[in-house]
Design a protein around this ligand. Structure first.
Ligand SMILES: [Zn+2]
Ligand SMILES: [Zn+2]
Length: 333
C-alpha cells in the first residue's frame, strides 16, 4: 500500500510503497476513509516529539472502516466505521478504569511509537477505537480525536456553563472554526477573534461576535464578561487572551505555534483574578463519543479547506500553512 513515511528525525517525509498491515491479537486493520493534516505534523517533522520511532507513518487523525479483526479484538465487526484516539491506552490501569485514559502511563501514540494514518490502511489497537454512527459523516468524524473532541474535553475541564461567554482566538483555523461550534453546541455565547476582515465574514456564520485584529481584549470586554478563552494560537495571543478574561475566567491553551518561545506570566494577575489555566492532553473515549453525538445531531459541522490525495501531501501542507484558508485540510487516500 501507499503511505507517507518519515524516515528519521528532521528528515522530512517520503511517499512510499509499504507492506499492508496485519492485525495483532488486540488490533484491527481499517481502510482509511479520511485522515487529517495538523500543525502537530509540522512540529513532529521538526523533531519536537521525542517518542517517535523511525521510520514511522505520519498522521494521527483518522476515520476508517474495519477490514480485519485480531482474535482478541472484541466488540467490533468488519464494516464498522470507527475513529481512533490519538494514542492507544492499555485499558487496564487506574486511569483507564476511571475513564481518564489520556493519563495512562502505558499509552503509545499514533505517528509516534505506532504507525499513523497517512496510508491506504492502518493497524489500530482496539483500546483506542470508538464506533461511529451512520448519522456522522466521515468529514465530521475525522475531526473528533484531535479537534472537536479535544475542544469538548477542554470545555468540560473548564466547567463551561450554559450562557457563559467563550472567546476563541485563531477563529478561522482548523481548530478555531470548530471550537466556536463546540462552544455554541454547549450553550455558550461565542466571540471569534481573527486577523482579517475577509475571514471575519465567514466566521460570523458561526460566532455571535467577531473581532478583527491582534489587540482584542478591550473590544472583548465591551461585549461582556469573557469567562473562557480558547487560545488556538499561542505566544502571539496569550497576553491579550489573559487580559480578556473576567474574574474566575479559564484560559484553555491549545495553540503553541512556536514551542521555542517562552511567555512570562505575571502570577499576581492569575492569583487576584482567580484565573485557571487549562491544558489539553487529548480526548478520551467519553469525549469522543459525546462529540460524535453532537456532530451526528448537526450541532458541529465540519469546515473543510481542502481534501488531498496521498500523492498531494505537499500541496496539503501548503494549504495548511496558507493564512487565507478556513477550516481543516483532509487526506483521502
Ligand atoms: Zn492533530
Ligand atoms: Zn491505562
Amino acid at each position: 500500500m501507499k503511505a507517507v513515511v518519515v524516515p528519521g528525525k528532521q528528515k522530512g517525509y517520503r511517499i512510499e510503497e509499504v507492506s499492508d498491515p496485519i492485525p495483532g491479537k488486540d488490533e484491527v486493520v481499517i481502510r482509511v476513509n479520511r485522515a487529517a493534516l495538523c500543525y502537530r505534523d509540522l512540529l513532529q517533522l521538526q523533531g519536537f516529539y521525542p517518542r517517535m520511532k523511525y521510520p514511522v507513518i505520519l498522521g494521527h487523525e483518522v476515520v476508517g472502516t474495519i477490514e480485519q479483526i485480531g482474535e482478541n479484538a472484541k466488540g467490533f465487526k468488519e464494516g464498522d466505521k470507527v475513529i481512533s484516539l490519538l494514542y492507544a491506552p492499555d485499558g487496564t490501569c487506574h486511569y483507564c478504569q476511571m475513564g481518564e485514559e489520556a493519563y495512562c502511563h502505558s499509552r503509545v501514540g499514533y505517528s509516534e511509537e505506532l504507525d499513523g494514518f497517512f496510508a491506504e490502511k492502518a493497524k489500530v489497537k482496539v483500546t483506542s477505537i470508538v464506533k461511529v454512527g451512520t448519522n456522522v459523516p466521515d468529514e465530521g468524524a475525522v475531526l473528533v480525536p484531535c479537534v472537536t473532541g479535544m475542544v469538548y474535553r477542554s470545555l468540560r475541564r473548564a466547567k463551561l456553563q450554559k450562557g457563559e461567554t467563550v472567546l476563541v482566538t485563531g477563529a478561522s483555523g482548523g481548530v478555531g472554526i470548530h471550537a466556536i461550534q463546540v462552544a455554541k453546541a454547549l450553550g455558550a455565547k461565542v466571540i471569534g477573534v481573527t486577523t482579517s476582515e475577509e475571514k471575519a465574514a465567514f466566521i460570523r456564520k458561526f460566532a455571535d461576535h467577531v473581532i478583527v485584529g491582534s489587540k482584542f481584549s478591550e473590544e472583548a470586554k465591551k461585549i461582556g464578561d469573557v469567562n473562557v478563552v480558547i487560545d488556538t494560537v499561542g505566544t502571539p495571543t496569550i497576553d491579550e487572551s489573559l487580559k480578556s478574561l473576567w474574574m474566575g475566567g479559564r484560559l484553555v491553551q491549545i495553540g503553541n505555534v512556536d514551542p521555542t518561545q517562552i511567555y512570562q506570566l505575571r502570577l499576581g494577575y492569575v492569583i487576584l483574578k482567580d484565573i485557571a489555566i487549562i491544558g489539553h492532553a487529548s480526548a478520551t473515549k467519553r469525549d469522543a463519543e459525546e462529540t460524535l453525538k453532537l456532530t451526528g445531531e448537526g450541532k458541529i459541522n465540519p469546515v473543510i479547506a481542502a481534501t488531498v490525495g496521498l500523492d498531494e501531501i505537499d500541496k496539503g501542507y501548503e494549504i495548511l500553512k496558507d493564512k487565507h484558508k478556513i477550516g481543516k485540510v483532509l487526506v483521502k487516500p
